[in-house]
Design a protein around this ligand. Structure first.
Ligand SMILES: *Cc1c(COP(=O)(O)O)cnc(C)c1O
Length: 394
């Protein structure tokens, strides 16, 4: 093994100072225990394990209450939730949907599954999410008004939705972004998959757009094994979401009546039972993740070329994944630091490869992406499980 560079040594000693001694430490591990065992048993005993059942209703009610949304519809996963939300927001075949280039691949995949094309835009350095000012300048250049909404003058396609994503739990600067979206008459659908527990100006992420979606995959802050949620304040959209994700079945005591082509995307009761238990733990997860973030922040306060990504102004982040930035790092230096961290048992990961550079999205329309390109070669996610904090305090 080669000796780590100066910056690698700085990283390793800061991590060792914050984290418990046992290794390896993974990036993010779920916490499941007696509460989840009891909920699962109750679900099995009820006889309802599939897409109908009391836990689905309870999870949805609890989620709506927690986020402050009027309606919540439990879905099989976050990608499916985003696909449906886009269709409900009015996205149609051959439209374009504005998404951040710096995101998980599910964001762009959902756009394709909804029949549209992802159109990639740049990020802001502070929030890591969509940059409202850059988007405004870009739309001023490429969007021309038409009777059915703004059209990309280069491709001729309608721009049908904007999908901000709250990266690693840090809220996007929503106020200016909504001003831009309103000015162009483009609906916002929030990809809040990573930001359960995060608020912007005191309001929960996911409730600013016409619809918002969440994910409960195994690595997210709350997990149902696999799962997702759509939230909205619009009763008609909520009813459509329920109908379209339940094979468009018309309620009847025994008849199989379906009135349109639809999806089988509803969350099974067995997954929802886990969700009910996990929602009880969420406040405690948030406290411990914030304590871990504070400890990381202090540990990197004086580190040369390394800065910890703190929650943006006007926001409270869930600190789903704690993240540092290696200023001026090239891809090879980043890789060298990641190799040193992982071989020392610290499960650190780089940011996603920019979606615009993946083979299936290479030819999609895009804005200039200078900040996203820089961030993608300089961000490192640190071990962020809530359990790391209680362990560290022992
Ligand atoms: C996790 C995630 C999704 C997709 O969620 P799944 O439940 O895995 O389908 C979508 N977007 C973002 C930003 C995510 O992090």
């Amino acid at each position: 093994m080669t000796t780590p560079s100066a910056i690698g040594t700085t990283l390793l000693s800061a991590l060792a100072g914050v984290l418990p001694e046992h290794r390896p430490l993974h990036l993010h591990e779920p916490e499941l225990g007696d509460l989840e065992q009891a909920a699962l048993s109750a679900c099995i005993d009820s006889g309802f394990v599939s897409s109908v059942g009391a836990f689905v209703d309870e999870f949805e009610a609890c989620f709506a209450k927690y986020t402050g949304a009027r309606h919540a519809i439990a879905i099989v996963n976050g990608t499916a939730a985003l696909e449906v939300a886009l269709v409900l927001a009015g996205v149609e075949r051959s439209d374009e949907v504005i998404v951040p280039a710096l995101s998980f691949v599910g964001t762009a995949n959902a756009v394709i599954h909804a029949g549209a094309t992802p159109h990639f835009v740049d990020s802001a350095e502070v929030t890591l999410g969509m940059d409202p000012a850059a988007l405004d300048a870009y739309l001023a250049d490429i969007a021309i008004p038409s009777a059915h909404g703004p059209v990309n003058r280069v491709t001729g396609a309608r721009i049908a939705a904007i999908v901000p994503m709250h990266t690693y739990g840090h809220p996007v600067d929503l106020a200016p972004l909504m001003t831009v979206a309103d000015a162009y008459g483009i609906p916002i659908v929030e990809d809040a998959a990573e930001s359960l527990g995060s608020t912007y100006r005191g309001q929960h992420t996911g409730t600013f757009g016409r619809l918002g979606i969440f994910s409960f995959n195994g690595n997210k802050i709350v997990t149902t094994g696999g799962g997702g949620m759509i939230i909205t304040d619009d009763a008609d959209l909520a009813a459509r979401a329920r109908h379209l994700t339940t094979t468009a079945k018309v309620p009847h005591t025994w008849n199989f009546e379906h009135d349109e082509v639809a999806w089988n995307y509803r969350m099974p009761n067995i997954n929802a039972s886990l969700g009910c238990a996990q929602m009880q733990r969420l406040p405690d997860f948030l406290v411990r993740k914030r304590a871990l973030a504070d400890a990381y922040c202090a540990a990197f306060a004086d580190a040369h070329r390394i800065s910890f990504i703190s929650e943006p102004e006007h926001s409270t982040s869930n600190y789903w994944l704690c993240t540092i930035r290696l200023h001026d790092a090239t891809e090879s230096e980043l890789n060298e630091v990641l190799a040193a961290a992982n071989s020392a048992g610290f499960g650190c990961r780089p940011a996603w490869r920019l979606l615009s550079s993946l083979p299936m999205y290479e030819t999609c329309p895009r804005a200039p992406l200078p900040i996203a390109e820089t961030l993608a070669s300089q961000l490192i996610n640190l071990p962020s499980s809530p359990a790391l904090w209680s362990d560290a305090c022992e």
